[in-house]
Write a protein that binds this ligand. Sequence first.
Ligand code: NAD
Length: 255
Amino acid sequence: MDRDDLTRAQDAISRFILACENIVVFTGAGISTEVGVPDFRSPGSPWRIHTPIPFQDFMADDKARREAWRRKFTMDDVYRDVKPGATHRFIAEGVAQGRVRRVVTQNIDNLHQRSGVPDDKIIELHGNGSYARCMACEQRHEIADIRAHFEREGEPPSCGACGGIVKSATVSFGQKMPLEAVRQAALDMKAADGIIILGSSLVVRPAADLPVMAAEAGAQVLIVNAEKTPLDRIAACVVRGDLPSVLPKNWPLTD
Ligand code: NAD
C-alpha cells in the first residue's frame, strides 16, 4: 500500500467513524498479531500444530486433558511477554472518549482488558485464556497454580473446592457459547448504528452471525482486515490492509 492508498484508507475509516453515534467494535485474532499473538488462519500458525482439544474429548478423557493442558502451556509460552499494541490502544481510546459503547471480542488473550478497556465494556464471546474455571462449581483457578501442579505431578489438578474438572476459561470447539454474553452482544450490536470489525476472518460461527444481525437491524458495517471476508458484501466500507498502518493515529474529532 503506497502513501496515497494509506491516506485514503485512513480517511475512509475516519469518515465512517464520524457518521456514527453508537459504535460497537467487533474484534478477532488479527488485532493481536502485531504484538506477537499468532492468529488461527494465517499460514504457519502454531495454533494449527498445538490445536486446542475439542470440548467433548477434554471432558471425557484424562489423556486428552493432559494433552490439552500441555498444548495450552506451549501456546502460552509463544506469547507470554506480549503487551497491548496500537490497535488495542486505538480501541481503548474510543471507549475512553465514549465513542465506542462496547467491544465484542472473539479473542481470548486478555489484551483489551490490559489496554485499559473496563471489564463492563468488553464482551468475550470465546472466553479468556488467562485463567481457568471448574466445570462443575465454576470456581476460578489461576493458570500459574495449575501449571506448577502439572509440572510437579504430570497432570492437572482437580478443583480444590469440589473435585471437578478444571478447564481454561475459553470456549473450546464443541463447547456451548456463553449465553448471556451472546445475548448482550446481539442487543448491543443491533442497537448500534456503526459496527467496526477489526482483524477477523469472519468464518467462525455463530460469532460471525452477529454483524449480519446488526446490519439487518440497520447498522452500517466497516471491516478492516488483511484479507477478504465472507461478510465484505454486507459492509458499507471495506479497508484491506495491515491494522496498525491503516487505522487513523487518533479518533477523528467531532465538531
Ligand atoms: P482468524 O485467525 O480466523 O482471522 C484473523 C484475521 O485477521 C485473518 O483474516 C487475517 O488475515 C487477519 N489479520 C491478521 N493480522 C492482521 C493485521 N495485522 N492487520 C489486519 N488483518 C490482520 O481469527 P478470528 O476471526 O478471530 O477467529 C479465530 C478463532 O480463534 C476465534 O474464535 C478466536 O477466539 C481464536 N483465536 C484467538 C486468538 C487471540 O485471542 N489473540 C488467537 C488465535 C485464535
